[in-house]
Design a protein around this ligand. Structure first.
Ligand code: FES
Ligand SMILES: [Fe+2]
Length: 361
């Protein structure tokens, strides 16, 4: 059965999904919290935009646009002074809101403000909001909201396709059979949490006859498998049984040329005492090993795919629901982080301009 008519018109090309120049306004990972100590300043490039990030005496991470508004020196070459940052070149100093507060050769600084971006720290990672005021929280695990967590980081990785395309993997029902040889049929129920977050849930009886699935059978009759997406580029895969679950976060960012860079984070709730600590270490290590086993097969596909869902069938329904969810969000342009307008608006504006110039003749 063809599901074009139900979910996504075959004639409408997605304006956000898999667009190599667009991403959704939201929170994106920057660097691990432990890699930015108090008094340190670093250069980072996020979604094509050059930034400087520093941590002041008050331990807050601050993100500025990278280039000094005086003469363009890179601010990551500067020095953190208390909670402020001093440019290396002529020592102009900026406070954490970006206001220029000191110019050594003047009695009063000139009235300028550097562009700053909202930051947050969650799961041992620093995140940046790519707009003015955050409308949602940084990506979090719904089951562990407001709970303390233990986190282990996987390696930084590069992938040869758009983050949106990588994201669909855990809701691509057919590939569990064909790529991962998981025999049972998978059906997801979707639930939109807010404008920027959507969850796909699947619960099936644990009747899979492999060693791993037999091993976890005493922990609950059902296998639960849900995937929560934030801003179309970060997801959290939760797998387990009724009573015991593990969480893997894939945090991706779009790179130029429609490629992705990302981090994997393995997360579980904090457990008390030395035994709890030890248990979590073993659990997160096991999650990493099993996760890597699954991802290895997928990676081959995403390094070479030219994504184009030309012939959707019913089994692709979740993928199409994900595409539709993305299309309703706010698109920004790579590098500039400005609002991406639809082609129709641009054409209309061009026409208006043309009309105006005619009337001026
Ligand atoms: S370029 Fe930064 S103070 Fe001159
Ligand atoms: Fe997979």
């Amino acid at each position: 059965m063809n599901v074009n008519s139900q979910n996504l018109s075959s004639t409408s090309k997605p304006r956000i999904f898999n667009n190599p120049e667009r991403f959704i306004e939201g929170w994106y990972w920057v660097i691990a919290s432990k890699n930015l100590r108090v008094g340190e300043v670093k250069a980072v490039k996020v979604l094509g935009r050059e930034l400087a990030i520093y941590r002041g005496k008050n331990k807050m991470a601050v993100i500025f646009d990278a280039y000094c508004p005086h003469m363009g020196a890179h601010l990551a070459k500067g020095k953190v002074q208390g909670n402020e940052l001093r440019c290396f070149f002529h020592h102009w100093q900026f406070d954490e809101q970006g206001f220029c507060v000191d110019i050594p050769c003047l009695n009063h600084p000139v009235s300028i403000k550097l562009k700053t971006w909202p930051t947050a720290e969650k799961y041992g990672m620093i995140w940046v909001w790519t707009g003015e005021v955050p409308k949602q929280p940084p990506p979090f695990i719904l089951e562990l909201e407001n709970k303390e967590c233990d986190v282990v980081f996987g390696d930084y990785f590069l992938i040869n396709c758009h983050p949106n395309v990588v994201m669909i993997n855990p809701i691509d029902a057919q590939h569990f059979n064909t790529v991962h040889q998981v025999a049972s049929a998978i059906h997801f129920e979707k639930q939109e949490i807010n404008q920027n977050a959507i969850v796909f849930n699947n619960t099936t009886p644990n009747t899979v006859n492999s060693f791993l699935f037999r091993l976890i059978r005493p922990l609950g009759k059902n296998l639960t498998h849900n995937i929560c997406y934030w801003y179309g580029s970060t997801n959290i895969v939760t797998v387990g049984t009724d009573f015991f679950q593990v969480h893997i976060m894939f945090a991706l960012r779009l790179l130029e040329g429609g490629k992705s860079e990302g981090r994997v984070m393995l997360i579980t709730k904090k457990r008390q005492g030395i035994l709890g600590w030890l248990f979590n270490r073993v659990l997160l290590w096991l999650t990493k090993v099993v996760g890597r086993h699954f991802i290895e097969d997928d990676i081959q596909i995403f390094q070479t795919i030219q994504f184009d869902l030309k012939t959707p069938i019913k089994a692709d329904q979740s993928v199409m629901q994900f595409v539709n969810h993305l299309e309703r969000q706010k698109p920004l342009m790579l590098k500039t982080w400005l609002l991406a307008r639809s082609q129709n608006v641009e054409i209309k504006e061009l026409r208006e301009k043309w009309k105006d110039s005619k009337s001026n003749d």
